[in-house]
Design a binder for this molecule. Structure first.
Ligand code: BES
Ligand code: ZN
Length: 789
């Protein structure tokens, strides 16, 4: 702000001339701004894309600072990377200090779609040799100057002149970087071998935005390109990458060059390389895909199960998706240091060791199942995620939710149905998701991700487990065959490209037969049905009350564990007012048939039945059932008489919903506790597993009060009677038999619970077992896993 004008100056200029001048200046400013914007946009093409609210925040760069322009696309990356991994004999040249670093060169073939003056790539913590970087168009060199912006995680290649649209542009970048220590980008993983020596391998983890730590690139999922990778690595190590090995050459000086086949078009977050002295077991799938599982040499025998499981599961998914696996090989590696559980890099899946290695001498059936589940999950991604990839991270639930569901199908295949994953989904996925989505920290499945880094917050139960459960409900609603046809259509339509959640719903809609009806009786509208489930948080509690001898009324209300706990403000007033169109699956007591009726979001549903009905039978839907006290009492009486008239998924739903109702203050605890009495007839692990969880949760609530003793006595008496109860001997004789997986798990669960509840014989039994199996079999100084099971 200037100081006010003096009277003298006012005298010299008339009011009119001042106004005229002001208008001219204003017009000048507007025109200049407009022209600058047009030219800027035309030349640099920095138009915004999937970043609707590109606001500057106080913390760091804005979303639009971080995003890449769409005026330049990569076609192919030719990457050569030399890793200086210590401990493998090569000699440093004098004055060199390259240990724990890499040298690299990438040649990127580009498609330029608008006239540009600069090329912008993502890059972080890389050091460039500017004088060796070149840019050519149609073979003609164009001068480039580099500018690194660390905050934006970008490197700018400023060109000496404007370049017109072309697909004959080639950018060569020479650079180096460090083998990182933060388990991102290309990083070091260390371990001690049997001789007690410290060893090291180099491995990558790129999702979501760490490819830029190894190679300057277009590090957003929508920029798919093919990758030709060559790794130069110390003699004594092997290198693997996404593609099949193509050529290996001894370069002398203790280095080998390994070149890999060019990958199909893929997103940068799926890029992977691995350099190590690891060993592998190998097989081929029926369709000829070479399958290898790698581990530290001393764990080689622990990869046998993963190999068998992987081959079986890849064959299953080729069949399920009805699309051949597009690569010649699949590698899976157990990495000693790994941040996630596993990562689905195309053709080179990486795992935390405990998610891939299985040794029957050391691990329980539950750990074996965990290995199968993780393998199935990552192999499911090879199509759903890798072949067809999200356009942007806000659709992460689609990627991870689908893989979560597919993980159950794949694991059933691996275990020949012994792990009964279809039923287990209720306990593992639905149970946890319903809990997570009833508390204030929840969020809608679809929510805005402005900056890619923010996606790390959404790898949670809502994305994975609500995602999987809602997709599962949808699958049950339209039928498995229709669902599978739609998935195949979606994958074929978008393969080697990107898609959004809406594309999946459109693909389902396109393949849906007319006789699949929605809540209003007309053909089901996929978007209208799914939007309230995916775009608003929470889910309904359906409450049944009897209105007359033949009719039951069902009403819906959002289920919250604690009424007064408020979710984030931005989610509080959704368009659908926390109401849903609900496919209501129900079973009348006494009938084995499960029926489905639509409940409209704004109307109660009337069910004609003289018997009580169980809502969400088979746990098909993403909602809870509630009942009037009278109906609860009738249901409990009938389940005590004959629990086998309901499936395990229905039994576990009753347990879960009754406790959830009591926890939310809607029900007296006498209802769930009375229901638990039926467990004296229950042999199956699934309902027992749910019950044990709820019992322990309740036990925690008792704290140290004296009534806790009565509570413990009550359950010790109950577990004494149940046919699921077996002794430790039964566990030790049968724990390797997958067919007995459920009986063994139930026995283990009950034994541990008894110990926990103060059963006096428990401690004695454990000491006896330890003396016999460990002290009796192992001399001091021996490795436990070698002398005892
Ligand atoms: N894509 C994820 C791995 C990931 C997670 C990368 C978070 C970056 C950030 C992978 O497919 C995955 O979901 N892994 C799971 C295992 C699965 C069985 C649930 C994991 O790591 O826990
Ligand atoms: Zn996943």
């Amino acid at each position: 702000m200037g100081h006010p004008p003096s009277k003298q100056s006012l005298k010299r200029y008339s009011i009119r001339s001042i106004a005229l001048l002001a208008i001219c200046i204003l017009l000048g400013v507007i025109i200049t701004a407009f022209v600058t914007w047009i030219i800027g946009n035309y030349i640099y093409g920095t138009e915004e894309r999937h970043v609707p609210s590109a606001k500057k925040t106080d913390t760091g760069p804005s979303a639009s600072d971080l995003i890449l322009p769409t005026s330049v696309y990569p076609i192919n990356y030719d990457l050569v990377i030399k890793t200086y991994l210590p401990g493998f004999g090569y000699k440093e040249k004098r004055g060199e200090n390259k240990s724990l670093t890499f040298d690299a060169q990438v040649i990127i073939q580009l498609n330029i779609t608008k006239t540009i003056r600069k090329i912008i790539l993502n890059s972080l913590d890389l050091r460039f040799s500017e004088s060796k970087c070149t840019f050519t168009v149609d073979g003609q060199p164009v001068g480039v100057q580099l500018e690194v912006n660390k905050d934006f995680e970008k490197v700018f290649f400023n060109l000496d002149k404007a370049v017109e649209p072309t697909d004959k542009a080639v950018l060569k970048i020479v650079y180096n970087g460090d083998l990182r220590t933060d388990m991102a980008g290309l990083y070091q993983t260390t371990y001690t071998n049997v001789k007690g020596e410290q060893k090291m391998a180099a491995v990558t983890q790129m999702e979501p935005i760490s490819a830029r730590n190894m190679v300057p690139c277009f590090d957003e999922p929508a920029f798919k390109a093919s990758w030709t990778v060559t790794v130069i690595h110390p003699t004594g190590t092997t290198a693997i990458a996404n593609g099949m090995e193509e050529k290996s050459e001894d370069l002398g000086d203790n280095f080998i060059s390994s070149k890999f086949q060019t990958t199909p078009r893929m997103s940068s977050y799926l890029l992977a390389i691995f350099v190590s002295e690891f060993e592998y077991n190998e097989r081929h799938t029926k369709s000829g895909v070479r399958f290898r599982v790698w581990s530290r040499p001393e764990e080689k025998n622990s990869t046998v199960y993963a190999l068998e499981a992987g081959v079986k599961c890849l064959e299953f998914f080729e069949n399920y998706y009805n699309i051949p696996f597009p690569l010649a090989k699949q590698d899976m590696v157990a990495v000693p240091d790994f941040a996630a559980g596993a990562m689905e890099n195309w053709g080179l899946i990486t795992y935390r060791e405990d998610s891939l290695l299985y040794d029957p001498r050391i691990y329980t059936g539950a750990q074996k199942r965990r290995v199968a589940v993780v393998i199935a999950h990552e192999l499911a991604h090879q199509w759903f995620g890798n072949l067809v990839t999200l356009k942007w991270w806000n659709d992460l639930w689609l990627n991870e939710g689908f893989a979560t569901l597919a993980e159950y199908l794949g694991t059933d295949e691996i275990s020949d149905g012994n792990f009964r994953m279809n039923e287990w989904f209720t306990m593992d996925a639905l149970w946890i998701a319903l809990e997570a989505d009833s508390i204030a920290s929840t969020h809608p499945m679809t929510f805005q991700i402005d900056k890619a880094i923010e996606v790390l917050d959404s790898f949670d139960y809502i994305t994975y487990l609500k995602g999987g459960s809602v997709i599962s409900m949808l699958r049950k609603t339209i039928g498995e065959d229709n669902f599978n046809t739609a998935i195949n259509h979606y994958l074929n339509e978008h393969k080697y490209k990107n898609a959004e959640a809406a594309d999946l719903f459109n693909a389902i809609a396109a393949m849906l037969p007319d006789d699949v009806r929605g809540p209003n009786g007309a053909k089901l509208n996929m978007t209208e049905f799914s939007d309230p489930w995916t775009k608003q948080l929470g889910y309904p509690l359906l409450t049944a009350t009897r209105v007359n001898s033949s009719t039951i009324k069902v009403e819906q209300k959002r289920f919250k564990l604690l009424k007064s706990a408020m979710e984030e403000e931005k989610y509080r007033n959704p368009k659908w007012g926390f109401k849903w169109d609900v496919p209501v699956w129900y079973q009348s007591v006494g009938s084995k048939i499960i029926e489905m009726k639509w409940m409209k979001s704004n109307e109660p549903l009337f069910i004609h039945s003289e018997q009580p009905v169980i809502l969400n039978a088979d746990s098909n839907g993403f909602y809870r059932g509630g009942y009037s006290t009278e109906l609860w009492q009738q249901i409990i009486k009938l389940i005590k008489e004959d629990h086998l008239q309901f499936s395990t998924q229905t039994r576990v739903r009753l347990i879960d919903d009754s406790f959830a109702g009591a926890n939310a203050g809607l029900l007296n605890y006498s209802i769930p506790l009375d229901l638990l009495m039926y467990l004296k007839n229950e042999q199956d692990y699934i309902p027992w597993s749910g019950a044990l969880q709820r019992i322990r949760e309740l036990d925690d609530k008792y704290g140290t009060v004296r009534e806790k003793d009565s509570f413990h006595k009550f359950f010790l008496a109950l577990s004494l009677k149940t046919p699921a109860k077996k002794d430790v001997d039964f566990v030790s004789k049968n724990y390797l038999d997958d067919k007995k997986f459920f009986d063994v798990s139930a026995a283990q669960g009950l034994i541990l619970n008894d110990c926990f509840m103060g059963d006096s014989s428990c401690g004695e039994n454990m000491v006896k077992l330890f003396n016999k199996e460990v002290i009796g079999k192992c001399d001091s100084g021996r490795i436990l896993s070698e002398c005892s099971q």
